[in-house]
Design a protein around this ligand. Sequence first.
Ligand code: ADP
Ligand code: ZN
Length: 381
Amino acid sequence: VQRLSTRNVKIKSSCNCKIVIGEGLFFAKKGKIPRLLHSLLDRKPSSFVIITDTSVRKLYGTRVLRELSRIAETHLIAIPPGERSKTMEMCMKVLADLAKFGIDRDGVLILLGGGVVGDLGGFVASIYKRGVRYIQVPTTLLAQIDSSIGGKTGVDAKWGKNQIGIINQPEGVLIDPAFLRTLPHKEILNGIGEMVKYGVISDAKLFGELEKADIHSYSDLTKFIEPCARIKARIVSEDPGEENLRSILNYGHTLGHALEAAANYSISHGIAILYGMLSEGWIAQKLGFFPTKDVQRQQALINKFLTRDDLASVLRVRLEKIAHYALTDKKNVSGKMMMSLPQKIGKMHQTKEGDFKTSIPFNLLKPSIVYANRALIGSLS
Ligand code: ADP
Ligand code: ZN
């Protein structure tokens, strides 16, 4: 891995969780990690346990183990990679391993990996001996700009994704963009959906830079991590309990989740969210909030990121199935769907009462899916 700048950026957020971004943090010759950990942990750790998956262990396990061992006795637990590990059963296995290692309440869990490791590990940290401290070390783009920030932890249940869990903030989030050098392009795209989302919901300048960016270029891509992490941290710390503002993070997610469910989760979250923003952006336009020129700009940017294969996999999913899942979304109340929608690129719509959530008539749903499909077909020709 080539060394670039090692300037650290600290993001303050009122949820008293510190976010540090530094290119090459984990790769620097003179370990920066011990010093950083001392500054994040006010009570000395009795031991560390790295929780990771087997693929990330192969790539970075030894290196991170060596860094942490300079401070305290360190163990490592690796789960199989992928969403299928995000279960109560896996959680029980990890808890049993912690007990076997004799980890006490001053032990600190280091969650090294993508969203799966972060969600499951955060949940384990929240319930092991009624809670131990943990630190997020996200290694995927999606985790670095989204899931590692905000303290949402949990696992999937038979009756739905993320149905068991708790909000509990980590002591800190250490983001090293250098981890992304080994991340497959498919996984990079998984984070791009949220990047576009941050542009639309809160930062027109970021949106404009994404229009010019080449996502195959490492430096183009990684320069967006800091602004995106900042947006997420600001929104979450202003409204940790999702009473109003935090709901803008759900833009594109009603239709996006519906598409994922209708495709039996064979379509990645990033692609689903891009699709969801196409439909929800159209709904915003129909309701008279979102100007046509912004709808078109959003469509052009989304199309820039989708490959022909992505388009084909989305277009194979039946419209009725997507509509069915959107209609049964848990955010719906008494005959209305609730969504946060854009007013223009960089700003979300608010009702007269100041609510970011607007009720959507059900009859706009199917036409919005038809619009999104047409937008995709249009980009194929
Ligand atoms: P997400 O962060 O998108 O929720 P996961 O936690 O499922 O995703 O991780 C996606 C996949 O990427 C997993 O197979 C994981 O092992 C792998 N992975 C995570 N970080 C890296 C990395 N830095 N380099 C290569 N592969 C990685
Ligand atoms: Zn998302």
